[in-house]
Design a protein around this ligand. Structure first.
Ligand SMILES: [Zn+2]
Ligand SMILES: [Zn+2]
Ligand SMILES: [Zn+2]
Length: 316
């Protein structure tokens, strides 16, 4: 395999939610697989990630990154963590804007977005000041420089042995980043994702970048080492009901027994045990726990909460 294979649309990643144990039974709209029953981040779908073009941040982000680079280096030399974190926060906020495909769809929710940026910036800051990580990073630079290239059937390939040496340093870096010792020092992932899932997400971009340059045996090693050799199933089950998202025009499938799910278009986590019937257009809407009054996305009529109660509430 020299290129990621385009999956059939009817296939989905075989995964089980670590929070509630429910199995996913339909394709996810993005590489971030959210549970249809509790709305937790359940898995990361590498094949889905390969379907979308790799995110390149573009000139606005590149310009900011170049501008902040000397300040980051200065803060590192001065051992000024606070300043470094501040700069990384600015940079990650710009990254979320520039690469929406590379980050969870839930960044569409402003509260989630703040927490996600704090987590990512905190993570980068902690590893930048960690002596062990610095050593791994130096070894990675050396292993990358020592990569050996060959021509194979007219295509450029990297040698298995030299790639394996480099991969070992990448694995060491991911292990260090998400070790208990370091992970306890920065803001947790706002989806509560565990270290294993975060490592897989972290590997994704690296793997996508390298696949075109690898021999078959190297590809196999890479996918197995990074946990991105995943199992796919065909779609079997259907949702028991459909609700309209209360924040956008997306339709959200609801499965029997589901409590919460994530709208894959706008990223809001929705309560789906009950729906709200819009008295303007009659559409069945789902909103989150913290919603105040909101305009119906279908007809724009203002839907108002009376105390704790929504009008037109019905159970599914
Ligand atoms: Zn779940
Ligand atoms: Zn939505
Ligand atoms: Zn309406």
């Amino acid at each position: 395999m020299s290129k990621p294979v385009k999956p059939e649309p009817a296939y989905y990643l075989a995964s089980r939610c670590p929070s509630c144990g429910a199995a996913k039974s339909r394709p996810s709209a993005t590489a971030y697989v959210y549970c249809d029953f509790c709305g937790s981040l359940a898995d990361y779908d590498f094949r889905k990630a390969c379907e979308q073009p790799r995110s390149m941040p573009g000139p606005v982000y590149e310009k900011l990154s170049a501008k902040l680079k000397p300040q980051c280096e200065k803060a590192l030399l001065a051992n000024d963590r606070e300043k470094y974190l501040e700069l990384q926060t600015e940079l990650f906020d710009a990254y979320v804007e520039a690469c929406p495909n590379a980050v969870p769809v839930r960044v569409g929710d402003a509260i989630f977005r703040l927490a996600f940026v704090a987590h990512s910036a905190g993570c980068c800051t902690v590893i930048a000041f960690d002596d062990e990580y610095k050593k791994i990073s130096e070894a990675m630079t050396q292993a990358t420089a020592a990569l050996q290239w060959t021509q194979h059937e007219g295509a450029t390939r990297v040698s298995h042995k030299s790639f394996k040496a480099m991969l070992d340093t990448v694995v060491a870096a991911q292990e260090r980043t998400y070790s208990d010792e370091l992970y306890s020092q920065y803001a947790p992932h706002p989806d509560g994702a565990g270290a294993d899932l975060l490592k897989r997400i972290g590997y994704s971009g690296f793997v996508q970048g390298w696949l075109p340059y690898l021999h078959e045996a190297t590809t196999k090693l890479l996918l197995e080492t990074t946990g991105l050799k995943q199992e796919y199933l065909t779609v079997e089950t259907n949702a028991s009901a459909l609700l309209n998202c209360g924040f956008c025009k997306n339709t959200v499938p609801v499965f029997a027994g589901a409590k919460q799910c994530v709208c894959e278009q706008c990223g809001h986590k929705l309560e789906v045990e009950q729906g709200i019937r819009c008295d303007g257009c009659g559409s069945h809407l789902a909103v989150d726990k913290n919603s105040r009054d909101f305009p119906c996305p279908q007809c724009r009529r203002k839907i108002e909460r009376v105390g704790l109660q929504w009008p037109g509430v019905f159970s599914l």
